[in-house]
Design a protein around this ligand. Structure first.
Ligand SMILES: Nc1ncnc2c1ncn2[C@@H]1O[C@H](COP(=O)(O)OP(=O)(O)OP(=O)(O)O)[C@@H](O)[C@H]1O
Ligand SMILES: [Mg+2]
Length: 500
């Protein structure tokens, strides 16, 4: 190929030279005709088409997206094929040292059986003009040049370039370091360092393999996520925004936050941890949404605590209305004191209003400990597409934890543990804590025995508690009013870990 280029190059130079010489002797009126014919001759002898992709295009000093994507695409091939490489440190990449081909290097590529050539080039600068200058000449403008046979013009300009750009972006996305964002209070949105979200590198190690839950349930979630990830065309076909809502519910310590991390790692998405109490109103909420990238998981943890969206909402509303009747000025005062005025309708708009479709490929996750207390409008089907219950640790989940913490697949104590886990409710967080060896030389069997001891103690306590309750019940059946403690039923209080 190199030889061919050299021959072509000298042929072109000869034609241009002859053209320049002849042109001087031609009358001005005939020059245009001469130029057209010369061009035709060049086209005839040189059957290749060239496209260049400059690094900086337009008037704005912004690096061209196409150039970056091509560079990423080529760096995959060029690092093996090119002989002269350029090493660059790229921010936010998993592998910060990226090798790409150096200036004036050339690599070949193949697409659907068609061969094409990529070259990295630089425009020459007039170094002569700087020969007496204190300053060194500026660097020439870089560009990539794509050369291919003209008979493949349609294939290359339509399909190949699209393929390169998409692939380049995809590789960059795969290699980037994912981030965990949190929203800034709106007081910090303006001024010199304005930003609505702050971020750090997302490095949570949780995966679906290390997540303790029933295998069948786990598979179902993974399949759901896969279907979502590959569903771009499907969502477009059915006319639905490409997003999915999950509601994770279950008692504290059952792995809701761990599951979000596992989902983010599985999907390779960024995580936006939205702190609703720091959002002043619905407009701010919308602005935050617009500033999120695609391929993101937007999380609102403990939705019942973040907002006035729970069943208590109605109670407070009623109480508020009563007080307002007595003293109308009180309502305004209360409103201005409240830090967040995000309303249920604002949040619903955030989830499935027209703005929520911008960007695409987003997952919205709400977590709560009390699913029953959420407003039905928030969790109705279609809004939160999938409700996932994270429950207490049963034997199947325990086996995952034993593998994670003790690297253990089976043990003769497992049967005893399975029986105990069947009759008592302990969270995976509690089990994990007990299983974790407390010192370097703690034996596996000791950890398992510690767990059995803790579980037996819990079962005994629960039995004692139950027999005590039954005894009191026999004495006197409490009234409905007495069953409520500070507005919570006995079940609620137990769920919170209080002992009656
Ligand atoms: N299902 C699980 N699989 C693996 N580890 C778990 C699981 N559940 C809990 N853990 C362990 O317990 C710790 C606490 O779990 P996590 O923060 O995910 O609970 P949570 O449901 O989000 O609790 P909360 O409702 O209080 O936010 C985690 O760091 C993890 O080590
Ligand atoms: Mg949590």
């Amino acid at each position: 190929m190199g030889e061919l280029w050299t021959q072509m190059g000298s042929l072109m130079a000869t034609i241009m030279f002859v053209y320049a010489m002849v042109e001087r002797f031609f009358p001005a009126a005939l020059r245009d005709t001469l130029q057209i014919h010369t061009q035709k001759l060049v086209n005839l002898l040189y059957p290749y088409v060239q496209i260049s992709f400059p690094e900086f295009s337009g008037e704005r000093l912004k690096r061209s997206e196409a150039y970056t994507a091509i560079q990423t695409y080529l760096s995959q091939n060029s690092s093996q094929l090119a002989k002269r490489l350029k090493a660059e440190v790229v921010k936010d990449s998993q592998n910060p040292l990226v090798l790409s081909m150096d200036d004036d290097e050339e690599v070949t590529d193949e697409f659907q059986g068609v061969k094409l050539w990529w070259a990295a080039s630089k425009t020459a600068t007039n170094a002569h003009a700087y020969s007496f200058s204190y300053y060194s000449p500026p660097d020439g403008k870089r560009y990539f040049k794509l050369t291919f046979h003209k008979k493949h013009r349609d294939l290359i300009t339509v399909s190949y370039i699209k393929h390169v750009l998409e692939e380049g972006k995809e590789i960059a996305l795969r290699n980037r370091q994912r981030k965990l964002y949190t929203n800034n209070p709106s007081s910090g949105w303006y001024g010199y360092k304005q930003s609505k979200w702050s971020h750090i590198i997302f490095e949570h190690p949780a995966t679906f393999e290390t997540l303790a839950m029933e295998h069948r349930k786990k598979e179902e979630i993974i399949n759901d996520l896969l279907k979502f990830r590959n569903g771009k065309d499907y969502y477009a076909k059915i006319g639905k925004a490409w997003k999915r809502g999950y509601l994770l519910y279950g008692p504290p310590g059952t792995g809701k936050s761990t599951m979000i991390a596992a989902m983010a790692n599985f999907m390779n998405y960024d995580v936006y941890d939205l702190e609703l109490t720091a959002v002043k109103d619905n407009t701010e909420l919308r602005k935050l949404l617009i500033e999120t990238s695609s391929k993101a998981i937007i999380v609102v943890e403990d939705i019942d605590c973040s907002l006035d969206l729970t069943g208590q909402r109605n109670m407070r509303k009623e109480r508020g209305e009563e007080e307002e009747l007595k003293d109308p000025s009180k309502k305004d005062e209360e409103e201005s004191n409240k830090s967040s005025k995000v309303t249920l309708s604002g949040l619903l708009n955030f989830i499935d209003g027209i703005w929520s479709a911008c960007g695409g490929e987003r997952i919205i996750i709400f977590t709560t400990n009390f699913v029953d207390k959420l407003d039905p409008a928030l969790i109705r089907t279609g809004r939160m597409d999938k409700h996932i219950e994270l429950s207490y640790c049963r034997f199947e989940a325990f086996k995952v934890l034993a593998k994670n913490y003790l690297d253990l697949d089976s043990h003769h104590l497992f049967t005893r543990i399975a029986n105990l886990l069947d009759v008592t409710n302990v969270t995976p967080a509690d089990v994990a804590e007990i299983l974790m060896p407390k010192c370097v030389n703690e034996h596996i069997q000791t950890c398992l025995l510690n767990l059995i001891q803790a579980l037996e103690k819990k079962v005994a306590e629960e039995e004692e508690e139950e027999s005590g309750l039954n005894g009191e019940k026999d004495k006197e059946e409490p009234t409905q009013q007495e069953k409520k403690i500070n507005g919570h039923t006995v079940e609620d209080v137990k769920g919170n870990g209080f002992i009656l």
